[in-house]
Design a protein around this ligand. Structure first.
Ligand code: C5P
Length: 347
C-alpha cells in the first residue's frame, strides 16, 4: 500500500535529528549558510509523485483525418483527481517492473507507464530501468486521461532521476508519440488550448478560478475512446467557433451551459443512453452552473459546486456511481502537480 498526501511527499518530513539541530544553526547564521536538512524518507534514487488527470472544458472535433484520427480544438485543464506513483532506479535490472494497486490493469508493455519509460530511454540514449508503484484512483474509460497522466508523470520522474537532462519542451514533444493527450500535462499553467490530435499544446492562463468547486460523476460502465470517435456523426457536431468558446469562458471566468460544448457527447450518449439521462438529471437538480461530459466519457463534470445532489444518494439505480469532488490545478515552474488540498481524498 502506498502512502499518500503529505505523508507520501516524504521530502517535507524532517527527521528528529534535523528538528533538534537545524533551528539553532539557522538562528545564528541565517545570512551566511543554508541548513542541511535530513529527510526521513529521502532516497536519492527514488521519487514519489502525484499523477493528475484532466478534464475538457469544451471539446470540438474539427475534422476526421486520413490516418483515422480526428483533429480537435479543446480547452484542457489538469485536475487534482489523481493517482500516486513511486519511482526508483534499478541500476542492475534489465527490465522495468510495474506494480499496480488495481489488478485489472495490465502491467506489461501495453501500459503507458512502460511505454513512457521505453520512450524516455530511446530519446535520451539512457539505459536505466525503473521500479514503479502505481496506486490507482482515477477510473479508466472515463475521459479523464488517467493513463495519460501516469505516462506524463513517468516521463517527468525518469527525467528528474536522470538529473533533468531533457527540457520540458522535449518531454512535451516526445509524449505525442505514445498518445494524444499526454502532452497537455507538460503545459506550464495546467490549462491548454489543444489542437491536432490533442498533442499540439498552447498554454493559456487558467481561464477559470482554480478554487471553482466541481463534482465528477461517472457510471460504472466506461467508454472506449476509439469506439466513440468512430460513432461520431460529423453532421451532428456543434458549429461553435472554438476560439470563441475559449474567449467566452475566460470572460465569464467560468463555464456556462451554452459554452459547455463536447462534440463527443452525441456518440457517447448514442452508445450509453443512461448517460444522457444522468446529465439531464444533473442539470435539472439546478445545483450547477453547467453540466458536461469530459473527453470521450463516461465522466460527467458538474461545474460550480461539489455538493452531491440528493437524487444520487437516494435512488438505488445510482448506488454504484463513481463520485468525486475535484479542483483545477496548476504547477510551479519546473515542478510537478500536487493535490489542491481543497477536498479530502478517500484513501
Ligand atoms: O492517441 P490515443 O492512444 O490516446 O487515442 C486512442 C484512440 O482514440 C485512437 O486510436 C483513435 O481511434 C482515437 N482518437 C481519435 N482522434 C484523436 C484522439 C484519439 O480518433 N484526436
Amino acid at each position: 500500500m502506498l502512502q499518500s498526501g503529505a505523508a507520501q511527499r516524504g521530502v517535507s518530513r524532517t527527521s528528529s535529528l534535523a528538528r533538534k539541530v537545524a533551528p539553532a544553526r539557522i538562528a545564528g547564521a541565517r545570512r551566511r549558510t543554508s541548513a542541511v536538512v535530513v529527510h526521513a524518507n529521502y532516497k536519492p534514487n527514488a521519487v514519489q509523485l502525484f499523477s493528475p488527470s484532466k478534464i475538457n472544458l469544451f471539446l470540438r472535433v474539427v475534422r476526421r483525418r486520413e490516418d483515422g484520427y480526428h483533429d480537435l480544438a479543446s480547452l484542457f485543464h489538469v485536475i487534482d483527481l489523481g493517482d500516486y506513483m513511486e519511482f526508483e532506479t534499478t541500476p542492475h535490472a534489465l527490465q522495468d517492473t510495474l506494480e499496480c494497486s488495481d489488478p485489472t490493469i495490465p502491467t506489461d508493455e501495453s501500459n503507458l507507464v512502460i511505454k513512457a519509460l521505453n520512450l524516455y530511454r530511446r530519446k535520451t540514449l539512457q539505459t536505466m530501468y525503473y521500479k514503479v508503484k502505481l496506486h490507482k484512483r482515477v477510473p479508466h474509460g472515463a475521459g479523464l486521461g488517467g493513463g495519460s497522466g501516469n505516462a506524463a508523470t513517468t516521463l517527468f520522474a525518469a527525467n528528474k532521476l536522470m538529473g533533468g537532462i531533457a527540457s520540458n519542451e522535449d518531454l512535451l514533444e516526445w509524449s505525442g508519440e505514445i498518445g494524444s493527450d499526454i502532452s497537455v500535462f507538460f503545459s506550464n499553467t495546467g490549462a491548454a488550448y489543444c489542437t491536432g490530435r490533442g498533442e499540439v499544446v498552447e498554454d493559456v492562463p487558467p481561464p477559470v478560478p482554480l478554487d471553482t468547486p466541481m463534482l465528477l460523476v461517472k457510471p460504472p460502465v466506461g467508454l472506449a475512446t476509439p469506439k466513440i470517435f468512430k460513432s461520431l456523426d460529423l453532421d451532428r457536431r456543434s458549429s461553435a467557433d472554438p476560439r470563441g468558446l475559449l474567449d467566452t469562458i475566460a470572460a465569464a471566468k467560468g463555464v456556462d451551459q451554452a459554452a459547455a460544448v463536447n462534440d463527443l457527447e452525441q456518440p457517447a450518449f448514442d452508445n450509453l443512453p443512461e448517460l444522457a439521462a444522468l446529465k439531464q438529471r444533473l442539470i435539472e437538480s439546478g445545483q450547477f452552473r453547467s453540466v458536461f461530459m469530459t473527453g470521450s466519457g463516461s465522466t460527467i463534470v458538474c461545474f460550480g459546486s461539489d455538493a452531491v445532489p440528493a437524487f444520487l444518494r437516494e435512488e438505488p439505480q445510482y448506488k454504484d456511481l463513481f463520485i468525486s469532488p475535484t479542483r483545477l490545478i496548476t504547477r510551479k515552474p519546473n515542478g510537478w502537480y500536487e493535490h489542491s488540498g481543497m477536498w479530502k481524498e478517500q484513501l
